[in-house]
Ligand binder design. Structure first.
Ligand code: TYD
Length: 144
């Protein structure tokens, strides 16, 4: 999706069932979030000052959740940029295809949970920023 914008990347409130013994948040694919979940991964033990990401995806939808701690997500569609801080396990940031992202400013002990709409595929990545920019300015959605 090469015409997507950072404004398509929205914070989704997630369910939260609260009781004296703690909270539970449930995410069901195609029910609480607008895509089927095919893959889950999480980032943890992230050293202070490290940044992750630095790429875009051509077709992948993702929901990013600060399951613990906090971090910032820089979103860039080639025209506009914004930084979203995630610091609550009951909110998720949906990142649509065609968005360059960088994850940074991880707090100590942060856990970044990612729900993804597809299995891992290196050919879905745009890892070079110039390549990403030409993908976004191309009229052919399959270009890149
Ligand atoms: P990458 O997506 O580049 O990490 P990040 O964006 O968090 O900095 O992935 C890091 C490495 O892990 C890379 O060698 C690819 C591999 N990887 C998989 O094999 N499967 C996966 O589902 C993911 C997300 C990464």
């Amino acid at each position: 999706m090469n015409d997507s914008s950072i404004f398509d990347c929205v914070i989704l409130p997630l369910s939260k069932i609260h009781n004296r013994a703690g909270n539970i948040t449930i995410i069901e694919g195609d029910r609480n979030i607008p895509f089927e979940i095919k893959r889950i991964y999480y980032l943890y033990d992230i050293p202070g000052g490290a940044s992750r990401g630095g790429h875009a995806h051509k077709d992948l939808y993702q929901l990013v959740v600060a399951a613990s701690g906090a971090f910032d997500v820089l979103l860039d569609d080639g025209r506009n940029k914004k930084v979203v801080t995630l610091n609550r396990p009951d909110y998720g940031l949906m990142i649509v295809p065609g968005i360059w992202r960088e994850l940074m400013e991880f707090s100590s002990g942060a856990i970044c949970l990612v729900l993804a709409s597809n299995l891992y595929s290196e050919s879905d990545y745009l890892r070079n920023y110039d390549e990403f920019r030409s993908y976004k300015t191309s009229n052919d959605p399959s270009a890149g």
